[in-house]
Ligand binder design. Structure first.
Ligand code: ADP
Ligand code: MG
Length: 794
């Protein structure tokens, strides 16, 4: 058991404006626990009349300043947790902070660069690398991805996402068994045998989340995401299985609604936008206070799911993400305060081991068979399930003659077969019962002899019982002896198998995977094949979703999409990534060729060395001189060349492996960006369509015509949230001169309340599908585009 408090770390997000510096300072001098000091600017400090404090100091395990790299965050925060998960303990890492402070950037990573990948992809990479290295255990990895929004659980990896929207899928619910273990109903677990498969699942979940998000639900700020890696391990042949879970949690934004800002109320008495974060805080407070017997885990789904991570069987780490700008100072202080409470919570992590019943049965069956075999050797008889007719007859004869034998020393020899012994007992019991019945039926006539016969029978039975007891003991002794013998034999067997495995390990150890000497691990084609990740079912499902959307488009809309794409800010990122991807592919191709060359060279060198040997032996025979035991100069040179080539091969192979992961990641980033672009285009298109309806002289408010006759009322309503979002893009990409129709306040962290958060609206609505209407809209957009260009708006 490992007892430890929750580890707390702080990460400060880079500020946009340099003048924001001076708001905080990090004191690393304090050897054990560094501290973060937040200095209140004068104008803000004035609000704190009551306590007159101008700075606040918070201690953290470590504080990562603005320039901290993702790699550093992983090495210092996530790697130790991943290590304990590999050892069989549960682990949790959660990011807490206000919206925009870098939670998603820290947990999942940035959407643009490979180097920006966050804790999840790096942890997956690390875990799979370690699993590959450890051949002493059999590992199985599963992934689940849960989103909790408005107290409802959604399975981001539900395979039915393709067909239905998130809302229509069965909700994930929490079940509790009598031992208070939490089970999540409707949350799918996906086996991931490789890093790529796991990475695909991450991107699939993220894309599903993005598609479901609309400006009305702002899921990414208000929902919690829990990406879980389930790892089970067992040693070959052992029935003990270890289970460990690693939760990587991106919490909802922690900002509060009311910033009253008067009379010292600034940092207190504020309402939460997110009820489950409020319950999380209540759980944390209850846990950090001594002598609290009731911890209100059940109040919310999130605290139920993370129950083990908070005050339970888990090694937990919190990352407080801070955006230390002047306007965020109160939120930053509140995040740090929360962290200080969290740091008081003690967890007790234990190894989660259980016996696999299936394996246990298999083992016992094997043991029985072995015992039977050994018995057969000892008795010289093959054991069958039941005694044969002949055996039964023979036994009964034996018993009869034994019973008839007047010699008190006579024995009933049936051997060590338990079946025969049991049968003897049954047979004797039957005889005894038969006799009893017979005696009862003839009782009056035999009354006289009974007195003289009874003592004799009693005596006889007693003797018989004694003999049987004796036999029983003998049998027990025999069985024990057999067991001991068996154990000895097993030990000997085990020793020899250990020897063998050590031997074989010793033989194979110079050939790590990918080493040119291991012919089976060699095929380069396999690794190049893996580079073609488009064969992956997850990726192809993402692509299908994307292309599926395109196929539905009319020509006009496709053209508009091209314009939209060209002008969109993300297209630069997509183009950049495309270029990088091209470079990486080229590099991988060149590397592949070099690896193949190195491989052939290694083969040639080996051949030359063998030939050299053969020559020397032949020379020795023909000239009758002994073959030198040491390699000659030429051979020495060949050998060192061979070693050099092997080293080169290994380095190149490692680089190729890393490239493969990078390419996969970049491809997934691009796919995600493309889906996002498509989604934003749909929203923009809807906006433009509505705008056309308003601007078109054919449609007047008095003879109100439905914008799209083929669209149902319900569809139209559902498309509105989409057009809201498009306001932003319409302004950014094609400035809209007309008044915004469904203009709605951009949801700001301060505005909406938990109970006013609506259900998720349906995310993606096919808009028109009518090519005539589509080309009308396109013509309109183009015309406006031209006017704007001419008038200098663009
Ligand atoms: P949150 O999830 O807390 O709402 P995000 O992770 O989405 O915040 O971060 C908001 C923005 O800031 C994103 O554009 C993200 O890329 C950027 N960002 C956050 N942290 C960092 C960092 N450490 N370095 C660079 N950019 C960052
Ligand atoms: Mg986020």
């Amino acid at each position: 058991m490992v007892k430890q408090t929750i580890q707390i770390f702080a990460r400060v997000k880079p500020t946009v404006r340099k003048q924001q510096q001076g708001i905080y300072s990090i004191d690393e001098d304090e050897k054990l626990t560094p501290s973060l000091e937040i200095i209140l600017p004068r104008d803000l400090a004035d609000g704190f009349v009551n306590n007159k404090r101008e700075s606040y100091r918070f201690k953290f395990q470590r504080i990562f300043d603005q320039d901290a790299k993702q790699e550093t965050i992983f090495e210092n925060i996530a790697k130790p947790v991943a290590e304990s998960v590999l050892a069989g303990y549960n682990g949790t890492i959660f990011a807490y902070g206000q919206t925009g402070s870098g939670k998603t950037f820290t947990i999942t990573g940035g959407a643009e660069r490979y180097s920006d990948r966050g804790i999840i992809p790096r942890t997956l990479s690390y875990i799979f690398e370690q699993l590959q290295k450890d051949s002493s255990k059999i590992y199985t990895t599963h992934i689940s991805y849960l989103e909790i929004y408005n107290e409802c659980g959604y399975d981001l990896l539900d395979p039915r996402h393709e067909a239905s929207s998130l809302e229509d899928l069965p909700k994930v619910t929490v079940l509790e068994d009598p031992d208070q273990n939490i089970h999540l109903k409707n949350l799918s677990l996906h086996q991931a045998a490789t890093e790529e498969e796991a990475l695909n699942l991450l991107f699939l979940g993220d894309t599903n989340r993005m598609i479901a998000e609309t400006p009305m639900n702002q899921a990414s700020t208000r929902s919690h995401c829990i990406f879980t890696i389930h790892l089970s391990s067992k040693e070959p042949g052992s029935a003990t299985v270890r289970h460990a879970k690693l939760h990587l949690v991106d919490l909802a934004g922690s900002e509060r609604v009311a910033k009253t800002g008067v009379g010292g109320q600034l940092l207190t008495e504020a309402k939460y936008i997110n009820l489950s974060l409020h319950y999380l805080e209540q759980v944390i407070i209850a846990l950090s206070e001594k002598h609290r017997s009731h911890i209100p885990y059940r109040n919310s789904m999130m605290t139920s799911v993370l129950r083990d991570s908070l005050g339970g069987n888990c090694m937990t780490t919190m990352i407080a993400t801070l955006s230390l700008e002047k306007r965020n100072i109160d939120e930053s202080i509140s995040t740090c305060r929360f962290a200080q409470r969290v740091a008081l919570i003690k967890n007790e992590a234990v190894l989660n081991e259980e016996i696999d019943p299936k394996l246990m049965i298999i083992r016992l069956q094997k043991e029985i068979q072995e015992l039977k075999d050994e018995l057969a050797i000892v008795t010289g008889e093959q054991r069958t399930e039941a005694l044969t007719e002949a055996e039964l007859l023979q036994l009964e004869k034996l018993i009869t003659s034994f019973l008839e034998d007047q010699d008190p020393e006579s024995k009933l020899e049936v051997g060590t077969d338990m079946r025969k012994i049991h049968h003897c007992f049954h047979y004797l019991k039957k005889l005894l019962n038969d006799k009893k019945i017979h005696r009862q039926s003839t009782a009056p006539s035999e009354n006289k002899d009974q007195n003289c016969q009874e003592p004799l029978k009693e005596e006889e039975y007693k003797k018989l019982r004694d003999i049987l007891q004796q036999r029983d003991n003998e049998i027990n002794i025999l069985v024990n002896m057999l067991k001991k013998e068996k154990k000895k034999a097993q030990d000997a067997l085990h020793l020899s198998s250990v020897d063998r495995s050590q031997l074989s390990h010793g033989q194979s150890s110079p050939f790590p995977p990918g080493n040119p000497d291991g012919p089976k691990t060699l095929p380069f084609s396999a690794s190049t094949q893996a580079l073609d990740s488009s064969t992956s079912p997850y990726r192809s499902s993402l692509l299908h979703r994307k292309t599926g959307m395109r196929e539905e488009m009319s020509l006009g809309r496709q053209e508009a999409f091209e314009i939209f794409k060209r002008d969109h800010a993300d297209s630069v990122t997509i183009e950049d990534n495309k270029q990088i991807l091209k470079q990486r592919f080229a590099e991988a191709k060149a590397l592949g060729e070099s690896i193949n060359e190195a491989r052939s060279k290694i083969g040639r060198l080996k051949e030359e060395i063998t030939q050299r040997h053969v020559q020397q032996v032949a020379l020795g025979i023909s000239e009758n001189i002994p073959v030198p035991s040491m390699p000659d100069q030429l051979e020495e040179k060949l050998r060192s060349q061979l070693e050099e080539e092997k080293r080169r091969y290994k380095t190149m192979f490692a680089r190729l492996k890393a490239l493969k992961v990078e390419i996969e990641h970049l491809q997934l980033l691009m796919d995600k960006a493309k889906v996002k672009l498509q989604k934003e285009f749909e929203a923009w298109w809807a906006k433009e369509a509505t705008s056309l309806q308003v601007n078109s002289p054919a449609v007047t408010p008095s003879n109100h015509v439905k914008p799209f006759p083929q669209m149902s009322e319900a569809q139209h309503e559902r498309s509105q949230p989409l057009s809201n979002k498009s306001d932003v893009y319409a302004r950014k990409i094609l400035p809209s001169p007309g008044p915004l129709l469904h203009s709605q306040e951009q949801s700001s962290p301060g505005a909406p309340m938990e109970n006013s958060i609506p259900e998720r609206p349906v995310s993606s609505v096919p808009l028109t599908g009518d090519s005539q209407t589509d080309s009308d809209i396109l013509a309109f957009i183009k015309a406006r585009h031209n006017i704007l260009q001419r008038t200098g708006f663009q």
